[in-house]
Design a protein around this ligand. Structure first.
Ligand code: ADP
Ligand code: G6P
Length: 767
């Protein structure tokens, strides 16, 4: 019944044929430029089933929920799928396999040992239970983590081979969390989307993951991260805050490189296809057989993979309790439980199978009779068409996962019923519970209450009509293809919005430059977060050899000033030997290149001590983890170690109080990175920038880089200076008054290297 996937997807073969294989070592390459940008879908498996029979490989399409969702999208645009073919292929057969799969997608080959660590261990024995909030089943193994990273790298490399600037890449699920960051770091100029098909746990659970930072950072490489429910998105946002210290806007995580937007996009099914199945003669026959078989009985249905997240034992226990309490119903009720085998190589799944086998045996033994078996247990995968006959015959769908991303079975049941309402008993821990208002929600941990609900819906049934219709409306409007469209439209929109008004700094493309004469070019460079990533420990903040080299080169060709919050002695230590100027303590004093520090200005501390400090002490006392820092020309309240939700809230209050207190006085209140600072207005970076511009009136090339609000104030001063070539560059992904942006200090340093090459007359090395 199933058709080849790309025929099914309406995917024109000629699109795929424009790709040619140059052998597995080189992977796939583009044979000719494609007019339209394409969609690249990346999932752990290609939607195919491969077998090796009579010495030959056989490929059958195996479209799951994802392929259903992408069918209509793939009909409209160039499309390719990147994934593991689902089998191990020796190096000598890989080329054959690539050809064989030509019309299905781009295969990523994995070695068997790597697959075990990547898929069985790290994905399915650690991330799967952890994300489903099932503790006691966690097993972290560093080798498995290394395999996970290596396998993710293979997927990312495969994407890089086929991607062109302007394409859209959509990565799916927990097995591939590192791919978005890998793609971003590779400089791919594509919109990058990630969708998590399983739940995201609360941060309390998530933070127990030994590699929690890497996994979060991996996902955050995406422009858009999609979840089935608002709750999962909120958990993710909290984890970003609590684990990485990243703040968020209303629906985006703010990070140094870019905004990672969060989207709530519950997946759907294809109700037209499902209703179509019900008209097939075979399905009609199956339904007639089932109706005859269970005539006069109430049918309860469960359809699940045999997975410990699905709450199958809990469901069986609830049914057992229902039978115990309702002797009259023992011969009149049947529970059909279809449980398809899954991940049978994993120990926990084999244990679950034993447990379910035993429970079914016990219940059937206790409550069955010669003429009736209460539980019909089918431990097999059932063709999708036949499932619709089961959905149609079932008076009640009984779906009780302990945790579930969405649960498509719930949607399929609603879709398959057509005009005949049914009862959906659904775990409140399934993502679908957030969409299906007409379901009878249950807590699967409370088997006794589930037995009550079974009694209510079977013994004293209410007419389910109206509430069922509401669910059908949801299923009809929120189809799988609507889901894919919504996600992709939003992805492209947020990707485009990342660029804001600023252009990406590319010195190799910028013309003309000012001639390299020391006094004709002025470079004002903030340090922490701009030339060097923010780090919590001072010893890690020192510049490395590469950075020093480029500063030295540029310092020899221009007037270059480094601005930092560090005191003069630390700056001397870091940059003392370089031909550069230094600005210490965010504007306290300026040391010109080759000169000594001037006398440090005397700052009247009375305002700090008498007015500001008492207010800050009050905040310090009520905000555990915060501290007060005294510098020569500033006093600040710092809250990096405070609770990440409490700290920013208190900071807002403190900022407002200090603004009020110092109104009309020559002191500036600044909100910096996890700090509120007060300093005299004439000792800020902005005032220093103004003074340096005045000091070098002949500088016609001015470049200024920074990464926060005070730096943007400097940009404004620079932009007002009316020199011939002005460059203000923001480091990070946010809307900025700067004309240019780069995503990271690393990218800025690379651009400064380019500038140095151009100025020294060297050819710019191609990247
Ligand atoms: P999960 O993705 O965790 O397996 P879902 O309920 O979201 O759970 O999706 C399961 C999909 O697999 C549904 O489309 C369902 O029809 C199908 N399915 C579940 N159990 C079986 C089975 N025994 N035989 C065939 N298909 C099944
Ligand atoms: C869930 C996951 C999918 C996974 C599927 C089947 O739906 O979200 O990513 O493919 O289960 O898992 P399996 O390991 O049996 O392929």
């Amino acid at each position: 019944m199933t058709q080849p996937i790309f025929m099914d997807l309406g995917h024109p073969r000629d699109v795929i044929n424009r790709w040619s294989c140059q052998g597995p070592s080189q992977g796939w390459v583009k044979a000719e430029a494609m007019a339209d940008p394409k969609l690249i879908v990346v999932s752990v498996r290609l939607p195919v089933r491969i077998s090796h029979r009579r010495g030959e490989w056989q490929v059958e399409p195996s479209p799951g929920g994802l392929a259903t969702g992408l069918r209509s999208v793939a009909q409209r645009r160039p499309f390719t799928w990147v994934g593991w073919p689902g089998t191990f292929v020796s190096a000598s057969s890989q080329e054959t396999m690539v050809k064989l799969l030509e019309s299905h997608g781009v295969p990523v080959f994995l070695a068997e040992s790597e697959y075990q660590g990547f898929y069985e261990q790290f994905s399915n024995r650690l991330l799967w239970p952890l994300f489903h909030n099932i503790s006691g089943r966690l097993s972290f193994d560093r080798n498995a983590w290394n395999d996970y990273r290596a396998a993710n790298r293979r997927f990312a490399d495969a994407v890089c081979e086929v991607a062109q600037p302007g394409d859209t890449v959509w990565i799916h699920d927990y097995q591939l969390t590192l791919v978005p960051r890998m793609l971003r770091d590779s400089g791919l100029d594509c919109a990058i989307g990630f969708f998590l098909h399983i739940p995201f746990p609360s941060h309390e659970t998530y933070r127990t993951l030994p590699v929690r930072e890497e996994v979060l950072q991996g996902i955050l490489g995406a422009d858009l991260v999609g979840f089935h429910t608002y709750e999962f998105a909120q958990h993710f946002r909290n984890a970003c805050l609590r684990v990485l210290g990243l703040d968020s806007e209303r629906d985006a995580i703010t990070q140094p490189s870019h905004l990672a937007h969060l989207g709530v996009h519950p997946i759907g099914v294809d109700p037209t296809e499902i209703l179509g199945f019900t008209t097939l003669p075979g399905v009609k026959q199956e339904l007639a057989d089932l109706e005859r078989e269970f005539s006069g009985k109430k049918v309860i249905l469960g359809v699940d993979r045999l997975d410990y997240t699905k709450g199958i034992p809990e469901k069986l226990l609830a049914f057992e309790e229902f039978l115990r309490r309702n002797p009259d119903w023992r011969d009149r009720t049947v529970l059909i439980q279809v449980a398809s085998p899954t991940r049978t190589e994993v120990k926990e799944y084999r244990e679950l199978k034993r447990e379910v086998d035993e429970l079914v045996g016990r219940i059937n033994g206790s409550y069955g009779s010669f003429s009736h078996t209460p539980i019909v247990y089918i431990n097999q995968s059932v063709p999708r068409e036949r499932l619709t006959a089961l959905y149609q015959v079932a008076d009640v769908a009984f779906i009780t996962p302990l945790r579930d991303g969405m649960n498509l079975v719930a949607l399929e049941y609603v879709a398959a019923r057509g005009p005949h309402p049914g009862v959906l008993i659904l775990s409140e821990f399934a993502g679908a519970a957030a969409c299906l208002g007409g379901a009878r929600l249950v807590n699967p941990h409370n088997t006794s209450r589930m037995a009550d609900v079974l009694t209510e819906v079977l013994v004293n049934p209410a007419t389910p009509g109206e509430t069922f219709q509401q669910m059908q409306e949801f299923v009809r409007s929120n189809t799988a293809s609507a889901w894919a469209n919504r996600f992709l439209v939003r992805l492209v929109a947020v990707h485009e919005s990342q660029r804001f008004g600023a252009r990406r700094l590319r010195f190799e493309a910028e013309q003309p430059y000012a001639a390299p004469s020391q006094t004709r070019a002025l470079l004002l460079l903030d340090y922490a977060g701009t030339l060097h990533p923010h780090v919590p420990i001072l010893s890690e903040a020192a510049p490395d050899a590469r950075l020093k080299r480029v500063l030295e080169d540029l310092g020899g060709m221009a007037r270059l000033y480094i601005m930092s919050g560090q005191p003069a002695d630390v700056m001397d230590d870091w940059f003392g030997e370089l031909p550069v100027g230094l600005v210490c303590e965010d504007g306290l004093a300026v040391k010109d290149p080759g000169e000594d520090w001037p006398q440090m200005p005397a700052v009247d501390g009375a305002v700090f001590e008498d007015l500001v400090e008492p207010v800050m002490v009050d905040f310090y006392e009520h905000t555990p983890g915060s501290r007060i820092e005294h510098k020569k020309a500033a006093i600040s309240w710092r809250y990096r170690a405070a609770d990440p939700k409490l700290g920013p809230r208190r900071a807002k209050e403190l900022y407002a109080q200090l603004e009020d207190l110092l109104h009309g006085m020559p002191y500036a209140v600044k909100a910096g990175k996890r700090a509120i600072e007060v300093r005299p207005v004439h000792l800020t970076k902005t005032s220093v920038a103004g003074a340096l511009l005045a000091q070098y009136p002949e500088a016609e090339f001015v470049f200024c880089a920074g990464n926060d609000g005070p730096d943007e104030e400097m940009f404004e001063v620079v932009l007002r200076s009316k020199r011939q070539h002005l460059y203000t560059c923001y480091v990070g992904g946010k809307d900025t008054v700067g004309q240019y942006f780069v995503e990271s200090p690393d990218e800025l340093v690379a651009q400064l290297e380019t500038l140095a090459w151009v100025w020294s007359g060297c050819q710019v090395p191609s990247s």
